[in-house]
Design a protein around this ligand. Structure first.
Ligand code: SF4
Length: 272
């Protein structure tokens, strides 16, 4: 594997990592201490808003390929203390290799957090029990029908939330702060007052906060980003309903390198 850097400023880099079979995956370095890494070449979940899942899955990354994203970034001179399993792929669908990489990172003293759709639930249950440093469950919709449109593959929302709730109920308030529900706000798709109220209800029932993400528009995908004004309104609405809410930081909203924008073979496409 080798590394090619695409965007590069002091605290933020998009790293293209080429595999031996000549695919490229992306990892993002942000905030001067965190590396967001990929676990799959493409993604079988095929979320309708996401560039990473547009073409489906090519193959899983090996544990070595997951680890190499970190090792090559270190060789590139980056200082890393946190790993976010939040790049291309659903970590639970390449669970054995993800676990091996996770163990490696933990042995190095790194903090590891996960973004997941919770599918498959058998692996979600296992993830909840490992020595992680944070889990965000990507919800993005509050009813089954809409979630299926946004996240086509997975198990029923109720089943996933029940598993999450059972786990969270065993934890202290302090420990529960490491968990959240991820909600990607998409203009005219999942942003009604009623949906935000239901989201607040769910998060309070679970006892966790909401990570409210702003949608990044992607070429070839018809969804639109919400305006700054509406994004702030949604934030204030959740706050007024008593929900601990965090907003997308500037790294998450970049057109290249922001949430949902990572893709495989960006260089190949550019070279063609
Ligand atoms: S949002 Fe995550 S799970 Fe969904 S297609 Fe993109 S990488 Fe896969």
């Amino acid at each position: 594997m080798e590394i090619k850097t695409v965007i590069n400023d002091k605290l933020n880099k998009l790293l293209e990592v080429e595999t031996d079979d000549k695919y490229t995956v992306e990892a993002v370095y942000y905030r001067g201490d965190t590396l967001c890494i990929s676990t799959q070449l493409g993604c079988p979940v095929r979320c309708s808003f996401c560039a990473s899942g547009k073409e489906g899955l090519i193959r899983n990354l090996s544990d070595r390929e997951i680890i190499l994203q970190y090792e090559l970034a270190i060789l590139d001179g980056l200082e890393i203390s946190n790993i976010a399993f939040a790049g291309i792929g659903e970590p639970l669908l390449n669970w054995e290799n993800t676990k091996k990489a996770f163990n490696y990172f933990k042995e190095k003293g790194l903090k590891c957090s996960f973004y997941t759709t919770g599918f498959p639930t058998k692996n979600f249950e296992e993830l909840l029990e490992i020595n992680h440093n944070g889990i965000t469950l990507s919800l993005h919709a509050v009813d089954e029908e809409k979630r299926k449109k946004l996240i086509p593959y997975g198990e029923p929302i109720e089943k996933i939330l029940d598993i999450f709730k059972k786990h969270l109920d065993k934890l202290s308030n302090r420990k529960r702060k490491q968990y959240s529900v991820g909600y990607l706000l998409i203009k005219d798709v999942n942003d009604t007052e009623e949906e935000l109220e239901k989201l607040a209800e769910i998060s309070k029932w679970l006892g966790v906060g909401v990570s409210l993400l702003k949608y990044n528009e992607i070429e070839g995908i018809p969804y639109k980003t919400t305006s700054d004004e509406d994004y702030e309104k949604a934030f204030l609405k959740l706050k007024s309903l008593g929900v601990r809410t965090t907003l997308s930081n500037r790294y998450r909203t970049r057109k290249i390198g922001g949430c949902g924008t990572l893709m495989i073979n960006r260089l190949t496409e550019k070279n063609n």
